[in-house]
Write a protein that binds this ligand. Structure first.
Ligand SMILES: [Zn+2]
Length: 73
């Protein structure tokens, strides 16, 4: 299990990917720490690999402290 706190709430990898993507992924890997800080607030950034569709694999990034999110598309 790799649940982490994001914006004060405990999230699973699937929920974290949903926060990045805007809709639930088909599959999500476990949550990791990204190797950079949030460009908005300097907070810790988490990364999660997920599949928004069967043909696509994306790495999403989400700040633990603010609303900032991005992906590697
Ligand atoms: Zn932030």
């Amino acid at each position: 299990m790799s649940n982490r706190v994001v914006e004060g709430r405990m999230v699973t990898a699937e929920r974290l990917a949903e926060l990045v993507e805007g809709e639930p992924p088909m599959e999500a890997d476990s949550i990791d720490d990204a190797d950079f800080d949030c460009p908005e607030c300097g907070g810790n950034v988490l990364s999660v690999g997920y599949m928004p569709s069967v043909t696509e694999f994306v790495t999403g990034y989400k700040c633990q402290d603010c609303e900032w999110a991005d992906d590697d598309r």
